[in-house]
Design a binder for this molecule. Structure first.
Ligand SMILES: Cc1cc2nc3c(=O)[nH]c(=O)nc-3n(C[C@H](O)[C@H](O)[C@H](O)COP(=O)(O)OP(=O)(O)OC[C@H]3O[C@@H](n4cnc5c(N)ncnc54)[C@H](O)[C@@H]3O)c2cc1C
Length: 399
């Protein structure tokens, strides 16, 4: 049966991006319903997300930072080393006159906290799977697996990389499997991390350790070839610990795996359109990038900021929220940025896996040159933050 309440927007999916959007739009007085299948990602509690300073500013504008129940570890510096250990690149927050480059948070806790905030904002919540869509003249209707239907002028698909809504709407998507899997786990360190994240580029992919709130704990994101990940999956904790120490080196002393490991197959994807008649795609439903730069959530939050701005502008001129013309500014603002990040992470990932001697030598030189030119490095760091620096939730009335 169709719920005929006067909804402005239905959001399918309440991961970090959909939940944030639900909260922010409800705060601006839009009538919002969220359909969420529940935490499909059981492994989200084993992995972390790096949130950029721009994302934190955006969250703070919404009264969402600090976020109850989400402990954050400041990220003060990043050290990148290549496989040989010769090429080395450092980013320090002091180089840009900031206290940190962002923070590291537990991804599962971030999602839960944002969902709770959206719920207390009065978003109507439907624990179900969005399964189909029917397009009308002045509305779009979403059909849920449980049989219910919701109708609104606009549907936002925030249902992640395998978006059912994107598929039902017939939006083409370019998808590329990296042939890599990210292995995630909590790690106990012999030496305190001092707020420094390390990333070592190995022949099968990058192995990163991100600082956690405890000084002697870090979060592992080890991207490696699928077959290698399968081998690691079969190892006992002791064997895995040995393999990790060999791969990562002794930058933080002896490493011990602590707790369960989770495995994420890595895929890059990009939707041909982010908007169309009565729909908009955001976050991983629109684009998915390699996690080596820790940007997926940040790009999704920046999408949310741009979409909110477009919807506010539309409402200010009494435009139909679901019209392509209302939504186009969002797509125009975000597509180039997301594609640039997709291309940059893809290139880095491929380049470091290339075992031709001249490519390796060029990369080593590149890392050292970058490290020795402070001005270039500062620009590089600003650019790294810039992708999310447009996370601005304009016209917010305050928490
Ligand atoms: C190993 C790894 C490390 C990462 N590290 C970082 C990092 O450091 N920093 C960073 O910014 N990003 C990182 N990312 C990327 C980041 O996790 C994603 O970009 C982000 O979670 C995408 O959020 P989302 O809300 O768009 O989608 P999702 O998190 O996929 O959420 C989708 C939601 O929709 C729901 N859903 C799905 N289908 C339906 C349906 N049919 N009906 C209703 N609901 C549905 C799901 O249950 C879920 O709640 C990492 C990713 C991986 C794999």
């Amino acid at each position: 049966m169709t719920d005929r309440r006067n909804l402005d927007i239905v959001i399918a999916g309440a991961g970090a991006v959909g939940a944030l959007l639900g909260h922010a739009l409800a705060m601006r007085g839009f009538e919002i319903a969220i359909i969420d299948a529940g935490s499909g990602d059981q492994q989200a509690s084993v992995r972390t997300s790096a949130l950029s300073r721009a994302s934190l500013r955006g969250l703070s504008d919404l009264g969402l930072w600090p976020l109850e129940g989400v402990e954050a570890a400041p990220l003060r510096a990043l050290r990148v080393v290549d496989h040989s250990g010769h090429g080395r690149l450092s980013f320090d927050s002091a180089d840009i006159g900031e206290a940190d480059l962002g923070v590291i948070v537990n991804h599962g806790r971030l999602e839960s906290a944002l969902r709770a905030k959206a719920q207390v904002r009065g978003v109507s919540w439907h624990r179900d799977h969005a399964d189909g869509v029917e397009l009308g003249d002045a509305h779009i209707e979403v059909i849920m697996k449980g049989g219910g239907r919701l109708r609104a002028p606009l549907l936002i698909a925030a249902d992640g990389a395998q978006s059912v809504i994107r598929e039902r709407l017939g939006v083409a998507v370019l998808q590329y499997r990296y042939g890599q899997t990210a292995v995630c786990a909590d790690i106990r360190l012999e030496h305190a991390h001092e707020g420094v994240a390390w990333q070592r580029f190995l022949p099968h992919g990058p192995c990163a350790l991100l600082p956690l709130p405890d000084a002697d704990r870090a979060s592992l994101i080890w991207s490696t070839a699928d077959y290698e990940a399968r081998r690691l999956q079969d190892l006992s904790d002791t064997e895995f610990t040995t393999a990790l120490n060999e791969a990562f080196g002794d930058h933080l002393g002896r490493l011990e795996v602590d707790g369960e490991r989770a495995y994420f197959p890595l895929v890059a994807s990009h939707a041909q359109h982010y908007v169309g008649a009565r729909f908009a795609l955001v976050g991983d439903a629109a684009h998915r990038v390699h996690p080596l730069a820790g940007q997926g959530v940040n790009l999704g939050f920046a999408d949310a900021g741009a979409l909110i701005a477009a919807l506010n502008a539309g409402r200010a001129r009494s435009a139909d929220l679901g019209r392509r013309r209302t939504l186009r500014p969002y797509e125009r603002e975000r597509k180039a940025d997301n594609l640039a990040m997709l291309a940059a992470t893809d290139l880095l990932n491929r380049a470091f896996r290339d075992d031709r001697a001249w490519v390796r030598a060029a990369l080593r030189t590149g890392l050292n040159i970058t490290d020795t030119l402070p001005l270039f490095k500062t620009l590089f760091m600003r650019a790294a933050g810039a992708s999310a620096s447009r996370v601005a939730y304009d016209g917010h009335p305050g928490p």
